[in-house]
Design a protein. Structure first.
Length: 243
């Protein structure tokens, strides 16, 4: 297994690409455009391509066949509750679904509603694909590796505790006095604990007013290093069984 020595530099390149792409998308729509303002960066997509390409490159550097890596097209997988779902990165080798990765991001100002949307999407996608797997939709094969990758802006509204309203029953104690960063961390930990996803990465990032860009991880167990190592372990194990 090869983890690039310059991985931090390559991650920073992907983070900078993320912010540059969002900025271009925000500026591309006029006032009368349906994608005007911050919504343009949400609906425009593509801002996470730097991360998708980085992980695809690392797979190729570990001798995973390029023909088995799908990142630009042919990304749809059949489901159980719906006909199909488009993932962001697939590894399909000789009709075996080896891995599927979902990439998501969230930038302010609206963290509340978007947090609920993101968590519901992730849980729904996992339920759909695991039920399809149980029902034999992918044929007879080992369970696939599923990954969830989240990039979250770190700023005041995502970093301070948020009040929770629950008039009828007490919330779980771990959610008390938590920020949205805390909640995403708990969410990713629970996705892995409940085996909905094989691994998750939670990256926080900030673009400061003077142009400086940085990134980090609220929990090192949810770092990109661990995410990539887990993915490579699953994919390389699959390839070794073929030999």
């Amino acid at each position: 297994m090869i983890i690039p020595k310059n991985l931090d530099d390559r991650i920073l390149d992907a983070v900078c690409y993320f912010w540059r792409t969002r900025s271009r998308q925000n500026q591309s729509g006029g006032v009368n455009s349906p994608d005007y303002g911050n919504r343009g960066a949400v609906t425009g997509g593509k801002q996470l391509d730097g991360f998708v390409n980085l992980i695809a490159e690392i797979l190729e550097e570990n001798n995973v066949p390029t023909s088995s890596i799908f990142k630009d097209s042919n990304l749809e997988l059949p489901g159980f509750y719906r006909p199909n779902k488009k993932w962001d990165l697939l590894i399909v080798d000789q009709n075996v679904l080896v891995a599927a990765v979902e990439f998501k991001s969230q930038v302010g100002p609206s963290f509340g509603n978007n947090f609920n949307n993101r968590t519901e999407e992730a849980m729904g996608s996992a339920l759909d694909i695991w039920t399809a797997y149980r029902e034999g939709v992918f044929g007879k094969q080992p369970p696939p590796w599923l990954g969830y990758f989240m990039v979250l802006e770190e700023e005041a509204r995502s970093s301070v505790p948020v009040r929770v309203r629950s008039p009828h029953f007490e919330i779980l104690p771990e959610f008390s006095d938590t920020s949205y960063i805390d909640r995403y961390q708990l969410f990713c930990q629970k996705l892995i604990l409940e085996r909905l996803y094989s691994s998750a990465c939670l990256m926080t990032t900030q673009r400061e007013s003077q142009g400086e860009i940085w990134f980090g991880y609220p929990d090192e167990e949810l770092s990109l290093y661990g995410f990539v190592s887990s993915l490579l372990g699953a994919v390389l194990s699959h390839l070794s069984r073929k030999r």
